[in-house]
Design a protein around this ligand. Structure first.
Ligand code: NAP
Length: 259
């Protein structure tokens, strides 16, 4: 798997921190050339510096996934800097919490625009270049929240994460003629910089509800994304991999406790 990602040109939207940075780190570790994309250039550059310290080729680019012109500039930058484009990891996302009764229409639109329209725009901008690759891949970061589970305050977020899978199931058919595969990783609860700030007691309580008794790492998601981008995954398209330590499996608290 490592060998098939060597020197591949990879874009990771939302790669400056959290899961995206984990995805970028894993691809860089496999010898891929990675372009980290986020709105804040300083944070993207800091992540690129950190991930390239061992000699990997990792660059940064400032772009907003809600703007098609930004996505087109991003795709062109990857091609100009890295000689082509092989993999798009459509990962950028936001998750403000608000229950229906308090949620503003503007907040709903923000989440839709970033998570769902942003994924579409990044794919649309990258397809012309992916068509020229001999191992073209799109890997989306969905979630268990929405497609499988629910969480108060995240109706808008859950709708976008389920919507991404609906997008994927038609995109994989449309793009199959170019050899482009489109798949999604569905993370459970993953430890990111943001989650760490909630404190150890909170993290321990969350871990207790997971059969493997730990939260996921950002690299756990990176490894699943790297597999879906590998040569070995060439015949997999329109599929999802849940990476959640078994979190969605217990049918009740009793099922978890009686193990
Ligand atoms: P995070 O730590 O908050 O990082 C979000 C990243 O997305 C940052 O790089 C951010 O950079 C970028 N971003 C946000 N809005 C953007 C925009 N409009 N254009 C370009 N980049 C943008 O988030 P995370 O927890 O790693 O989540 C990453 C993805 O995983 C999301 O799609 C999320 O839904 C999914 N996910 C996360 C978890 C979890 O447990 N953390 C679980 C399931 C799914 P800028 O702010 O500089 O733009």
């Amino acid at each position: 798997m490592s060998a098939s990602l060597k020197r591949k040109s990879v874009i990771v939207t939302g790669g400056s921190k959290g899961i995206g940075k984990g995805i970028a780190r894993v691809f860089a570790g496999h010898g891929a050339k990675v372009l980290i994309v986020a709105r804040h250039l300083n944070e993207a550059e800091a992540a690129a510096r950190e991930l390239s310290s061992g000699g990997a080729t990792v660059g940064a680019f400032a772009a907003d996934v809600t703007r098609l012109s930004d996505m087109e500039a991003m795709a062109k930058a990857a091609v100009d800097r890295h000689g082509g484009l092989d993999v798009l990891c459509a990962n950028a996302g936001i998750f403000p919490q608000a229950k229906i009764e308090e949620m503003s229409p503007e907040s709903w639109d923000d989440v839709m625009n970033t998570n769902l329209k942003g994924a579409f725009l990044s794919v649309k901008a990258c397809v012309p270049y992916l068509k020229q690759s001999n191992q073209p891949r799109i890997v989306m970061t969905s979630s268990i929240t929405g497609p499988v589970t629910g969480y108060p305050g995240w109706t808008h977020y859950g709708a976008t994460k389920a919507g991404q899978l609906g997008f994927m199931r038609t995109a994989c058919i449309e793009l199959a003629k170019y050899g482009i595969t489109v798949n999604a990783v569905m993370p459970g609860n993953i430890v990111t910089e943001g989650l760490q700030g909630l404190g150890e007691a909170y993290l321990n309580t969350m871990a207790a509800s997971i059969p493997l008794k730990r939260l996921g790492s950002v690299d756990d998601i990176g490894h699943a994304a790297a597999f879906l981008a590998s040569r070995e995954a060439a015949y997999i398209t329109g599929q999802t991999i849940i990476v959640d330590g078994g979190q969605v499996q217990p049918e009740s608290l009793e099922a978890l406790a009686s193990a």
